[in-house]
Design a protein around this ligand. Sequence first.
Ligand SMILES: Nc1ncnc2c1ncn2[C@@H]1O[C@H](COP(=O)(O)OP(=O)(O)O)[C@@H](O)[C@H]1O
Ligand SMILES: [Mg+2]
Length: 418
Amino acid sequence: MVSLSREAQDKEMGTEDYAISLRNLYKVFGPDPDQAMQLLSEGEGKDEILESTGNTVGVHDASFDVEPQEIFIVMGLSGSGKSTLLRCVIRLIEPTHGSIFLDGEDVTEMDDGQLRQLRREKTGMVFQQFALFPHRKVIDNVAYGLEIQGVSRKERHRNSAEILDTVGLSGWEDYYPENLSGGMQQRVGLARALVHDPSIMLLDEPFSALDPLIRRDMQQELLDLQKRLNKTMLFITHDLDEALRLGDRIAIMNDGEIVQIGTAKEIITEPADDYVANFVQDIDRAKILTAVDVATAEVPVLRQDHSVSGAWQEISETDAFYVVLTDEHRRLIGMVYSHDIRAQLENGSVSLDPLPIHEMERVSLERPVEDLFPLLSTNSSHPLAVVDRDGRLEGVVDASSLVSGLTKDGEVPRGASQ
Ligand SMILES: Nc1ncnc2c1ncn2[C@@H]1O[C@H](COP(=O)(O)OP(=O)(O)O)[C@@H](O)[C@H]1O
Ligand SMILES: [Mg+2]
């Protein structure tokens, strides 16, 4: 048994908890990858290296971990290295340097037999150009992988029919690909990748060749499938909307390098550099951000058992026209108008109790911001109360917090706040 070097041990640390881990992955195409690697380590860029050596840097020091059952998106412009990266994961392209772990197993250490087994059992791949056999029926396209494994006709047809049903193509088994629309053909592509029940799906721009409306359907279909099948998905796209819609997390690639990894929210609100900022500048933040992102906590909140004079003291320093009342566990009760409190104070009353309590519309933390606009405008003078599952107040959303939450750097544009 060869003991691992210190560096190798460090590299493997923690990888067993992830479905996919890349560690310092490089791929250089061309006559002299070693020379290119040397130049990269000296800080030279992709373009200079191509010019001076004729080598193309496809992937440049990519590292990330994908959680089991996560949909992890790799997004970038054409030529940024996405397909190369994906193919390196199961060594359809041999990496120049670095390690790949699937469920903690080092793929770069596998021999041909182990690799074949890995691709047959653990992973399924879907391509942009559906890559179906034109002269095979739908069912035999799906069954192809099982056929070359020597699975009996009866069994592979049973499995294939089952998975065709899962992707909504029941009844199409005996048709040929040319009889199917693009969207349906890609369902066959999905079924083919799923038929051996892999835990990891590798999808290289699977919907990019489809018309926009069909693409949206397929995206929804994939999300629905994922609820039932719970696969780990490494999903490549050049389309930011698709990335934001599907991804639990998104890695953004530029010139072979991963420049940012984050949730949709993180990418949109804190782009790591100009490349990412450029991508996200036209995104409708109202679709990505949720109530908790645009809520403000800077409103007077009082417990119901507050005294009137205490309440007045707190609100007199603000220009708020209302206070929010909660119980002792910070659970929302409703709102009381400041002028009612003031009147009560002038009456000489000590208790808030008799004051009229107005209802507030409750929204959950995760409610998309785009839903909040109509709620605010139908009840324009009342802010919305953002509450957690137990009804506890997290903050309120009003027109001004909404606008400032949606503005890039959190600044309220002039004239937007009153
Ligand atoms: N077989 C190859 N030989 C040489 N260069 C390649 C090869 N495959 C890809 N490349 C180059 O590697 C870079 C990344 O390509 P690719 O991974 O296909 O990008 P993407 O999928 O993001 O469009 C590009 O500059 C491309 O020209
Ligand atoms: Mg590609």
